[in-house]
Every structure is written in structure tokens, then in C-alpha cells.
Design a protein around this ligand. Sequence first.
Ligand code: GLU
Length: 336
Amino acid sequence: MQIMESSTHRDNLVEANLPPHPTHLQTVLQELYQQYQPLRAGKVASYIPELSKMNPDWFSICITTVDGQRYEVGDFQQLFTIQSIAKVFAYGLALEDHGSDFVLTKVGVEPTGEAFNAIILDEKFKRPYNPMVNPGAISITSLIKGDDQSERLQRLLDMFHRYIGHASFIDVPTYVSERTTGHRNRAIAHLMLNCGMIDQKIDDALDLYFQQSSLMVNCRDLATMAATLANKGINPITTERAVEACYVKDILSVMYTCGMYNFAGEWAYKVGLPAKSGVSGGILVVVPNRMGIGIFSPLLDERGNSVRGVKVCEALSAQLGLHLFDCAAQAGWSDE
Ligand code: GLU
């Protein structure tokens, strides 16, 4: 197990307007790691053959504060494919490319209460329900601007670079695995084409979707990407802007209502923070104006969320008073 702390604790955290008792933030992470490491419930995703090769023991928790302090425990340098967490960032790029009014005509913002790969479309408004489920995400990749497929991919990679703070790459075996076995996603794209919800180039949109899902990140990267959204779109480590500030609220709103598959309502109720999970076991959580949290553990529950990840987030939210509507806890912060 690796444990690292790169902060001078309380002073930095108070500056970042963090909740009370920040001195024990690293200790909290270590305790949660110890508590949930023995938990073996859940299964590693196997519907994409490459994903089934992940080690069920991998587990890490990372925090990056909006003033660039990092707290990390476990296998936080272990690389894994980002999977559905990429949907959040592709949505941001589509918003920048077209503006939110136009994007809203193409992809709605209504939660579905259904699984990520459910084949359901809002036929009345001729659009997928939201950008966090597969129909919406495939439609979003079809909106990414670029003269050709390689320029569109490069723009996506550049965008991820800004959030992560360093170059990242696509894992080709996972991409090929997704591409060869992604029959359901192909069916979704064809259905959308049939209903006139997407243009003709569905193979390009699908390809970009499979590529973005196969981007390699580690848990530390997730925390930095989340902290960038928490910090109005500016990466707190590099100070580079990753997304225009005016779109951050759109992105976070959709994460809040639709980010955790068909557990989104219960998550909002219990954890109360915008988040997105992926089938490789990552969860990215934003605490607006305060910090980004990344969790990685590949054992998934039946809805596709990391079992340890959900437990850790419920505990972190309760212990640190992070729930957005926990007025009492937040009043306590400003009284400090
Ligand atoms: N590659 C995935 C798919 O569309 C993304 C799944 C996920 O993480 O929700 O099947």
C-alpha cells in the first residue's frame, strides 16, 4: 500500500475553504482504505473481455483540493480505462463547440432511472434522455467538431490533457475489444439514426465513443479532473483552463442527476455531490469550490458502480459534511 501526503494540512485546507477538522483528511483516507480494503463484494466487469483482466484487489482513494493539495492512498498510480467517466468531459467539449441551447436540442437532461446501456430514447423530443447514458454519449461524440476523425480524436485528447495535466493515451486492446464486442452500442446508434436523432456518420461517432472510453487514467488523475470542475474549470495543479467556466454548472447538474447509472437518485440523496462512475471501477466526485475526489476499485455492484467506491463516498460525505444540502454542516464551515 502506498500512502502519500503532499500538503501542509490545516493552513492549506483552510485557505481552500474546506470543512472543519481538515488536519485529519489524510488520516480519514487511510482509515477508510483500511476499513474497506477487506471488502470483497461485487464483480469485475466482464462484458468487455479486456476489463475482466483487472485485479479485484486494486483500490485507491485520492483528493485534490482546489488549491492543489493532494491526499492519496492505495494503488493511486495504477492505470485503468476511464470508461463512462469520459462522458462528462466529452459533454463539456460539445457544449463549448455548440453552446448549451443547441446541445439541448440534440440530447436532453432528464434522468432515465435505467441502466447505462438501456435502449431508450425520448421519441417525443427526438433525442436521447441525457449525455451520461450511452445513447446520449454517442450522440455527444457525433457533435465533437473537427475536419476529420483524427482531428476530432486529437481535440478530445487535448481536452483530456488540460483536465489531467499531462498527456494520456488510448489503450488499444480495450478499444479493439469494445469495438468488436460493442453490438449493443451499435444497435443504439442505428436506432438513433432510424429515428433521425443522429447524422449519417454513426461509425465515426461510435469509434470516437469507444476511443474515449479506452483512455488510460489513474486515481490521482480522476481527483485532478474532478478538482478542475470544482475549481470553475481551471486545473488547480497546472492552472490551465480546461473548460469555459460558463459550462461547468451544466456539466455538474447533469452529473448530479444522471451520473451514477440507475443509482443516481439514491446517490444524490445519500452522498449529495455531482459524480460519475465507470464500469472499470472509477468514481469521480466534485465538491464545488473545494475539492475533487477520485476512487478506484474494480469490484462492481449490480448497477455497475464500484462497491468500495460507493461505501467510501457515503462515509466521506457523512464524515466531512460534504452533502450539498447539508446546510448545518456548511453553516459550520463558514462559522470557522
Ligand atoms: N465502454 C462502455 C460501454 O459503453 C462504457 C461503460 C461504462 O463505463 O458505463 O459499454
